[in-house]
Design a protein around this ligand. Structure first.
Ligand code: SF4
Length: 586
């Protein structure tokens, strides 16, 4: 097997249906995944045009290890975010990574806007745009089923991406659903897809892939497989999945409840990982190439109005969703959580943003900041059925209020007020009220994601307030994650894929140059992403940390305003330095 020196990139012009394959992107320079996506974005995106300009690219990238080793199963999506108008990255699993590998491409770049509402199919020998106007307005789950008939083929390596009404209605957090149970969730990739007039994208991985000759590759694969399946990570993520965090976080006073007016509540037992497993878990499933299977699918049973018939729905859940539509909305019954998630899935919204936005709307209604004329529903913490209907109003952009809320909670506060209690850290917060390091890391982080770096873990393990130590940890942890998201590994595997193991993997596939320079590669990718963020106008000084984040009490006591302020300033300086040091591109 000959390793590639450059990535093979399929560029599709959605306006004409034309496509070309480009191979001028150096593996040693761009690494793959996050690095490749950033390089392609630097080459194709236009800082002088808005997010929905047809010229702006929608990019999907995998890495050099995709398909060759377990848990190398994610894809990086890069785009100009409708949420903040700047460079954004979102990650998803499902079958997409392997479908791209078996289609023969390391990246797919979509340019232009299709003339009519369309569905796109790409494969090793095929790029096809089909009329899909009749699918516009259809929910994201039904669209997936329809696409299986529109583009039939072997299911194993076929991946189906689609959007729902939320993206079509211009929500800043419309998501891309990937193979039903995974998502490019955050920062509005789905809405960018809608702006390209694409309801769905099907990737057909129909080719075979060479593997290295000799014993070294299978031996290394076996060792990594053994290590991954023998670690506590395997049982942790397989057995209860990420909702196993609910009880420990609640006990640590770090689980946001009812728009983060509390950080602990006895109701946690009703939405714990244990409760889901006991009452609702139907099965586990996995991204292609993953032996862990952390995706937990619950069975939702709903009764029809005539009281004698039932409908059954399969709904995936994880910690972030249990937080955003469970504790954050005061919903303490596991089946109610699934019911609300099901509506979000149909609308095709980022579930974290949608839940946290409605939590703010509920408090705004309680305080008289808005009235029921705006919210339509009498929003009230714990009222699951009301929230299910409100999710449909949000995805459907039912009135001016929901249209504003669909642009982000802070966008709504600019019109209606209530900014002090908006739980927004760059975007709607993830489910960790652990303290100052997490608020800094997510609030100012590159993706405004809880996965940018382990700020939540730092808060839980460090009682001493040492600003330099905390910032050093955040920057270093982000660099290591950049390496993993360039390969592109699932971050759940980070305890196994240490730098030396990644080097072994690259060496056995023939990428000796990259293997020798892994530390440099991680730093290069980290800097290039920050350079893009700053080049596009990012100003960490303008990120607000609303008052609510200073009002909570965790296991370490009340928030420390001086520590928070110091951390924020020091981290802002650190990322600005990284941004100045970047410089890769096409
Ligand atoms: S651990 Fe979960 S998210 Fe990660 S690759 Fe496996 S199934 Fe996908």
């Amino acid at each position: 097997m000959e390793p590639r020196t450059s990535f093979k990139v399929l560029v599709v012009h959605c306006d004409t249906g034309r496509s070309e394959v480009k191979a001028n992107w150096s593996v040693d320079e761009l690494v793959g995944g996050s690095g490749l996506a950033a390089g392609l974005f630097a080459a194709y995106a236009r800082p002088d045009a808005p997010w929905d300009h047809p010229d702006q690219p929608l990019i999907f990238a995998i890495g050099p290890l995709t398909g060759y080793f377990p848990l190398m199963s994610k894809v990086v999506c890069a785009f100009v975010s409708p949420y903040h108008g700047q460079y954004a990255e979102s990650h998803a699993g499902g079958r997409l990574a392997l479908a791209l590998r078996f289609a023969g491409y390391e990246a797919l770049v979509l340019l232009g806007r299709a003339k009519g509402r369309s569905a796109l199919a790409v494969g090793p020998h095929r790029v096809e745009l089909k009329d899909a106007h009749y699918l516009w307005g259809m929910d994201a789950l039904a669209t997936g089923k329809a696409m299986r008939r529109v583009f039939p083929g072997a299911e194993g390596h076929r991946s189906i991406l689609r959007i729902g009404p939320a993206a079509e209605n211009g929500l800043a957090y419309g998501c891309i659903n990937v193979d039903t149970f995974r998502h490019f969730g955050r920062l509005g990739a789905g809405t960018v897809m809608a702006a390209k007039n694409l309801k769905a994208i099907v990737v057909q991985g129909e080719e075979s892939q060479e593997i290295p000759e000799g014993k070294a590759y299978p031996d290394l694969f076996r060792k990594i497989y053994r290590d991954l399946t023998a670690t506590p990570m395997m049982s942790k993520y397989h057995d209860l999945g990420t909702p196993q965090n609910v009880i420990p976080l609640n006990e640590l006073k770090s689980l946001p409840w009812r728009n983060m007016t509390a950080t602990s509540d006895p109701g946690a037992s009703g939405i714990s990982g244990e409760r889901f497993a006991e009452k609702l878990l139907l099965r586990n499933t996995a991204c292609s190439g993953c032996p862990v299977g952390c995706i937990h699918v619950g069975m939702l049973r709903k009764q029809f109005a005539d009281e004698h018939q039932f409908a059954y729905y399969k709904v995936a859940y994880d910690h972030e969703l249990v937080f955003s539509v469970g504790s954050m909305l005061g919903v303490t019954e596991a089946s109610d959580v699934l019911d609300i998630i099901d509506e979000i899935e149909k609308q095709g919204m980022d579930a974290i943003s949608a839940g946290v936005a409605l939590a703010w709307a509920t408090e705004a209604l309680q305080r008289g900041v808005v009235g029921q004329a705006e919210t339509i529903e009498l929003l009230s913490f714990g009222q699951a059925e009301v929230y299910r209907r409100a999710m449909a109003h949000l995805g459907g952009a039912a009135n001016d209020f929901y249209r504003a809320l669909g642009q982000g909670t802070l966008a709504a506060t600019k019109i209606y007020g209530g900014g002090d209690f908006a739980c927004v850290l760059g975007q709607e917060m993830a489910g960790y009220a652990t303290g100052e390091a997490f608020f800094t890391s997510m609030g100012l982080g590159l993706r405004h994601s809880h996965l940018d770096s382990g700020g939540y873990a730092y808060d839980q393990g460090n009682e001493v307030k040492d600003i330099a130590k905390a910032v050093g940890y955040l920057v270093k942890d982000e660099r290591l994650r950049c390496l993993l998201t360039s390969m592109v590994a699932c971050l759940f595997s980070r305890s196994v894929y240490k730098e030396e193991v990644l080097a072994d993997c690259l060496n056995v596939l023939g990428y000796a140059g990259l293997a020798r320079d892994l530390a440099g590669a991680g730093e290069r990718v980290q800097k290039s992403r920050w350079k893009l963020r700053f080049d596009w106008g990012y100003d960490p000084g303008k990120v607000s940390l609303p008052k609510r984040f200073g009002e909570i009490v965790t296991w370490r006591g009340p928030m420390d305003a001086d520590y928070q302020q110091g951390l924020r300033a020091a981290y802002a300086r650190a990322i600005a330095d990284l941004g100045k040091g970047g410089g890769q591109g096409g």
